[in-house]
Design a protein around this ligand. Sequence first.
Ligand SMILES: *Cc1c(COP(=O)(O)O)cnc(C)c1O
Length: 446
Amino acid sequence: MNDRRRSLPPVNALLSEAERTGLSGRTPHAVLVRAIRETLDAARKYAGGEPAEGWLGAVERRVTEGYRRSLTPVINATGVVLHTNLGRAPLADAARQALADAAGYVALEYELDEGRRGSRQDHTRRLLRELTGAEDAFVATNAAAALFLALSALAADGETIVSRSELVEIGGGFRIPEILAKSGTRLVEVGTTNRVRAADYQNALSPRTRCVLKVHRSNFRITGFTSEVGVDELVSLCRPQGTPVIHDIGSGLLIDLASHGLTGEPLVRGSVASGAVVVFSGDKLLGGPQAGIIVGPGALLSRIASDPLARALRPDKSTVAALEVTLALYRDPGVAITEIPVLRMLTASPADLARRARRLARKIGGATVTAGESEVGGGAFPEAHLATTLVAVAATSCEAMLEALRRHAPPIIARITEGKVVFDVRTLSDDDFGPVAAAVQAARGG
Ligand SMILES: *Cc1c(COP(=O)(O)O)cnc(C)c1O
């Protein structure tokens, strides 16, 4: 050990070598020194001698790795359409262009006609009203923030009634009881884990009640001996007392996908029609950027928009830009289904998927096609069975092949099914086929 330590080269020696090879000319001094120190620290820690690539080789690799982008584009071959770890909804071409345009100066809070200050909410308000039937709308950074804001604005000084069957954790540590506590409202639980009745809500309503919250359970199901109270009935029940109902529906489904076999998610328009304040995500089924959208009665939306927290949770210009353009595509549902990648992938026909899978299999070579299922993801349509055709590749070690695919440029994220590495064409574009084939061939060779 001591011998090895003594055999580590001094920093200065590596610096002069870097000068000789030209590395120091291409690398800021501080970056080079840090890479040298890290290389030596690693050798010390693992009691290693000179690396196979040589000391300077190891230093250069660290410098290069340090410059690699961390948030790197990847190819999603998992078949999970709303893959939270991969950034959920991929954006429509028009929304990508809007993001690029918004990189410069944009009329974010500026009324061009009048030459005076405007509101960033104006860019999406009209479209949201038109598409959801709501009187008014407010956009926040994400749905968790939107719910927090709505509760803070409408219920901070009193009680919020929630069914026990809806005190869920959505994922990423988003727990309804904790959000309520943080927003300053007191949780009043009604019903039981599996059943809640209108009378339960009725009995809990009091002068201290500020709001009733209904939460879509998303990725969690209660089946068997169950009952729940619909949002329409809740709003009617609360009307005499003037108590607002907040409906957190999660996914933001703007058009009915039942004809494509996808049922069970609430439509935004349906919930709005009940008179509730409706909260949903921008980057789940809606297929836009990360955002939390609140729509509903004008008087309640005014209270939400004027809450001090609204300023802290407001969206940035990129979100506004991509959301406006995505919403505009919904004016023609046919256009929305073909142009918004999430909707296009979810409604892809089994025959089309099979044809594309055979094409990818031929491109890869030595691959087979097999029937499988894709997933919607993001807690939406958790029980949907999306029939797909998978491209399967045999490997001595599937784990090793997955790792090699992840190291490829661009990284390919695949999965293992029945002892083979599989690629689901549902979440692949035709442009991805080339890189996927090249990555598999490289993985086989290495
Ligand atoms: C996903 C989800 C949220 C959180 O949405 P984010 O946009 O990720 O913050 C909140 N409520 C429900 C019911 C959800 O499904």
